[in-house]
Design a protein around this ligand. Structure first.
Ligand code: KIV
Ligand code: NA
Length: 256
């Protein structure tokens, strides 16, 4: 049975942890989906495989292209697509247009927008009212890298209270889930207890309702990765070895 947004909320109530990973192409999406991950995020962290330093240059057209490929590979997981920087912050109309294109052209079920400040909460409420499922994202929001850096957020009491209030406002606006990125574990636990929608943590401790990581990080494929990521295999080494073995065999006449 395909995963729905309602299913994620039920899993929170049942205490069943939600698993999420990113995918940027058909091949990886198919593997992740078949392996049973619940939610696949076409994240703008795709910047890392496109050779960008930050997520800022990613365009809506690039997200549409990759989201279509991912969607073709997925049978069960819920597919959520990031709206890239400045394709939703300008106005409700701009956000509606961008999110509408994602849903209509890719077949993905939901979009994710960064930020929980009042204007963004209003925009998200309008998208939800129009029938567009939205995932929130607070704490470290990488599209604000030039203001925040990539540091942990919510370390002071004032910051922690602001992030908690943003999460509550996003729930009231109608998001079906919310990403908590790089915040202290006790703040993430507090938010998770106060919300009835699931929290999906990344660098936010063990007490969220689910976890998300960037797939190239867990596979050891990223050139650099955040301190909270865990590497489950080292594909950089495995790929380098395979390529070297191939080149040697061709040069020595052993293959074909
Ligand atoms: O782009 C991305 O991969 C994300 C996750 C880190 C949540 O937004
Ligand atoms: Na993202």
């Amino acid at each position: 049975m395909p995963v729905t947004t309602q299913q994620l909320i039920q899993w929170k109530q049942q205490g069943r942890a939600i698993t999420a990973l990113t995918a940027w192409d058909y091949a990886i999406a198919q593997l992740i989906d078949a392996a049973g991950v619940d939610l696949i995020l076409v994240g703008d962290s795709m910047a890392v495989v496109l050779g960008y330093e930050t997520t800022l240059p990613i365009t809506l057209e690039e997200m549409l292209f990759h989201a279509k490929a991912v969607r073709r590979g997925v049978k069960r997981a819920l597919v959520v697509v990031d709206l890239p920087f400045l394709t939703y912050q300008e106005s409700v109309a701009q956000a509606m247009h961008s999110a509408g294109r994602i849903l209509k052209e890719t077949g993905a079920q939901a979009v994710k927008l960064e930020g929980g400040y009042p204007a963004m909460v209003e925009t998200i409420a309008r998208l939800v009212q129009a029938g567009i499922p939205v995932m929130g994202h607070v704490g470290l929001t990488p599209q604000s890298v030039h203001q925040l850096g990539l540091r942990q957020q919510g370390k002071t009491e004032a910051q922690a209270e602001r992030i908690l209030n943003e999460a509550i406002a996003l729930e009231q606006a109608g998001v079906f889930a919310i990403v908590l990125e790089h915040i202290p574990a006790d703040l993430a636990r507090n938010i998770t207890e106060k919300l009835s929608i699931p929290t999906i943590g990344i660098g936010a401790g063990a007490d969220c309702d689910g976890q998300v990581l960037v797939t190239s990080d867990i596979l050891g494929l990223s050139a650099k990765q955040p301190p909270f990521a865990k590497t489950y295999t080292n594909l950089r080494e495995i790929i380098t070895q395979a390529v070297q073995d191939y080149a040697v065999e061709v040069r020595e006449g052993k293959f074909p």
